[in-house]
Design a protein around this ligand. Structure first.
Ligand code: ADP
Ligand code: ASP
Ligand code: MG
Length: 406
């Protein structure tokens, strides 16, 4: 008998028929002789509409109340799945994050898990029940409801797998696994059979939202092997695990894109020590998340400093920069939304040269203008016009030979 953690995402739980489908699959697993803990997300669209509702009420909802609101999405799902399972004659019980023993810090809407004490889960499993846990939520030591950031049900599933020392973790979603690029953007993308944590993490944090990046970080830290697969068929999915011999032979594992980016430039900034520190400290104080940063070569003692951020952060970034720009004597601030990031990722880059040259050649051949570049050991990312990003991803994906059997 194995202990299996299964997570079903929003689309898989999207309507009553799909919830009944999930119930059948979960029961199948238990009937095969296993103990099952199921983590579920809110039904698709529910979290988005709750956020919209809050914004319709106030421009600045308090974090505590936001979490109180958002947690209801997953609470609806657990109750409905428990009912569907009970209707099939199964013994099933739903638990909120708090009831499952998930204790977090108090950073509302992006809380971190401190520890998990799954006493209730064990008790119900021992009693023969299928345990259904609300994803994406936890509770502080003081009893406040928290949520774990968008896509956080993945984190709940991975963290529970580690805490329960479960034998298997299966992440069920609406695609067959992790692909060489989002299959909705590049139709001839291929499912990969296995991928290492580092590559999955780079892809997730550069826009491949098939897995929440923090959940991959957690899996890497606690060595949780997991499989990403479809809830709509029984095809084999993608195994995410530690790097194994031969993995480095593949130079590029995948291409990621991230839309909704914006570029901000501070022009004519004095070329002096401490200036960049002032700019980015001001942004950090206002919690603006900065991504790619570029500084031009100085001319007459002044440089331009540009960075990208999410489009939604532009207003806050601008407010923070107005003050600091005056302080340091910058000549002006310009902003440009409508840009996106394209990244190529692969641990093979460590041992193969010429990847950047090939990427730039492919983009040049397609007439795509590169606005900014950033690199890490296993990633090269470029900022392009957002309206050409899908076309660019298709060209780069094909150019690196990623289409076809993987
Ligand atoms: P869930 O609701 O199950 O958590 P998500 O919508 O969060 O599902 O993630 C699945 C989606 O991720 C897919 O429908 C797909 O469009 C998108 N996606 C982005 N990049 C990739 C990729 N490299 N491989 C597979 N899917 C990807
Ligand atoms: N419902 C949450 C979201 O939409 C968490 C999740 O789906 O994983 O972000
Ligand atoms: Mg998700």
């Amino acid at each position: 008998m194995a202990l299996i953690v299964q997570k079903y995402g929003g689309t898989s739980m999207g309507n009553p028929e799909r919830i009944k489908n999930v119930a059948r699959r979960v029961l199948e697993t238990q009937s095969a002789g296993h103990k099952v803990v199921t983590v579920v997300s809110a039904m698709s669209g529910v979290t988005d509409s709750l956020i919209k509702l809050a914004r319709d009420v106030t421009a600045k909802p308090a974090g505590r109340e936001m979490d109180m609101l958002l947690a209801t999405g997953e609470q609806t799902s657990i109750a409905l799945l428990a009912m569907a399972l009970q209707n099939l004659g199964a013994k099933a019980v739903s638990l909120t994050g708090a009831q499952a023993g998930i204790v977090t810090d108090g950073v509302h809407t992006k809380a971190k898990i401190f520890n998990i004490t799954p006493k209730q889960i064990h008790a119900h499993l021992d009693g023969g029940a299928i345990v259904i846990v609300a994803g994406f939520q936890g509770q502080t030591a003081a009893g406040e409801i928290t949520t774990l950031g968008r896509g956080g049900s993945d984190l709940t599933a991975i963290a529970l797998t580690a805490a329960l020392k479960a034998d298997k973790c299966e992440i069920y979603t609406d695609v067959d696994g992790v692909y060489t690029c989002d299959p909705r953007v590049v139709p001839d993308a291929c499912k990969v059979d296995s991928i290492c944590y580092e590559e999955m993490l780079e892809m997730a944090s550069s826009g491949s939202k098939v897995m929440q990046s923090r959940s991959v970080e957690f899996a890497n830290k606690f060595n949780v092997l997991f499989e990403v697969r479809s809830s709509f068929n029984h095809n084999q999915g993608t195994i995410v695990k530690t790097e194994s011999p031969g993995m480095e032979d593949v130079v590029i594992r995948g291409v990621s894109i991230e839309r909704n980016q914006a570029k901000v430039t501070l022009a004519g900034v004095p070329d002096q020590p401490g200036v960049a520190a002032k700019i980015f400290n001001a942004l950090a104080t206002d919690n603006v998340v900065v991504d790619v940063i570029v500084q031009t070569a100085p001319v007459d003692g002044r440089t331009d400093i540009s960075f990208t951020t999410n489009k939604d952060e532009l207003e806050r970034a601008d407010a923070a920069l107005q003050v600091v720009a005056k302080n340091i004597g910058a000549r002006g601030i310009t902003q440009k939304a409508g840009v996106a990031k394209l990244s190529v990722v692969g641990i093979g880059m460590r041992s193969h040269s010429g990847v950047a040259a090939k990427l730039f050649d492919l983009l040049a051949a397609g007439g795509f203008n590169i606005q900014m570049i950033s690199t890490s050991e296993i990633k090269i990312a470029v900022i392009l016009d957002e309206d050409t990003i899908a076309e660019a991803a298709q060209a780069v994906h094909a150019g690196f030979g990623l289409a076809g059997d993987k």
